[in-house]
Design a protein around this ligand. Structure first.
Ligand code: NAP
Length: 265
């Protein structure tokens, strides 16, 4: 028997098999959950559908999270596909965006428009997705919501810039959502992952170098994988974490506990 037998999950943010969202989807599937997918339309046929079908998923719907209408449409289709009494046990939000020019150079040069786009896609979208799922009556006591964040939310990481500000807003949103939804028995948590080589990460100037030195600095002396994130997602999605909400849990080999690196590191 799987830990999530009979549960339904919906995962936003798979681009390809390197995506953190895919690592999470696989872990949920292996634990017995039935997993649906929503990604931007341009990714669906080439990247997402073959992966989704490889784990038996039939729910694969487009959504640009900058559109409330598109978010609403996903949940309307979810309801139509699964019936009026079926709820959503697990909701995964694993997506972010900032313009490439805002992920290099100095933060002080971030444009008004670049700031707005990064915050809208990377932070506000969690609020919008949760609100619409709840309005559609899909969340219930025991439902678990997960999002993905990064250490650049709390410390300055070169070139992460406006995305660090967006992740700080995302982490605060997790706490406010957890406080709002806790009385309904709905939990909201974030995973702060160490660097992973994905399409989104490739847009950050200097990522390769940072990724390369990470294992030397992290206490566990290794980079993390999407499977590592998937395992913590499984904990947060399941009853094992039933008293945990509003948290940011690090899956970073301990990197965030370190202060000044030693001279020989
Ligand atoms: P990824 O595979 O490139 O996934 C990012 C996803 O976000 C893509 O599917 C992307 O679609 C989607 N997206 C962007 N704008 C969107 C929009 N308006 N509507 C709907 N989807 C949109 O990269 P990833 O690294 O796995 O990212 C997943 C999450 O993990 C993000 O929140 C990221 O910040 C976080 N994270 C990543 C790392 C890392 O080192 N990779 C570390 C910590 C946290 P497009 O490809 O079309 O833009």
């Amino acid at each position: 028997m799987g830990m999530l037998d009979g549960q339904r999950a919906l995962v936003f943010g798979v681009a390809n098999d390197h995506s953190i969202a895919w690592g999470i989807a696989q872990a949920l599937h292996e634990a017995g959950a039935s997993v649906g997918f929503s990604s931007v339309e341009s990714l669906l046929e080439r990247g997402v559908r073959p992966l989704a079908e490889s784990i038996g998923s039939t729910f694969i719907e487009p959504c640009d999270v900058q559109s409330d209408e598109q978010i609403r449409a996903v949940f309307t289709k979810w309801r139509a596909a699964h019936g009026p009494d079926e709820k959503l046990d697990i909701l995964v939000h694993a997506l972010a965006f900032a313009r490439r020019e805002d992920l290099e150079g100095s933060f002080v040069d971030t444009s008004r428009q670049g700031f707005a786009v990064a915050l809208d896609v990377s932070a506000y979208s969690l609020v919008a997705v949760v609100r619409e799922a709840r309005a559609a009556g899909l969340l219930q006591p025991g439902s678990s919501i997960l999002t993905l964040t990064y250490y650049g939310a709390e410390k300055v990481v070169s070139n992460y810039n406006v995305m660090g500000v967006a992740k700080a807003a995302l982490e605060a949103s997790v706490r406010y959502l957890a406080a709002d939804l806790g009385p309904e028995g709905i939990r909201v948590n974030a995973i702060s992952a160490g660097p992973v080589r994905t399409l989104a990460a490739a847009g950050i100037a200097g990522f390769k170098k940072m990724y390369g030195s990470f294992a030397d600095l992290a206490p566990l002396r290794q980079n993390i994988s999407i499977e590592d994130v998937g395992r913590t997602a499984l904990y947060l999605a399941s009853d094992l974490s039933r008293a945990v909400t509003g948290e940011t849990i690090y899956v970073d080999g301990g990197f965030h506990i370190m202060g000044v690196p030693s001279a020989d590191a």
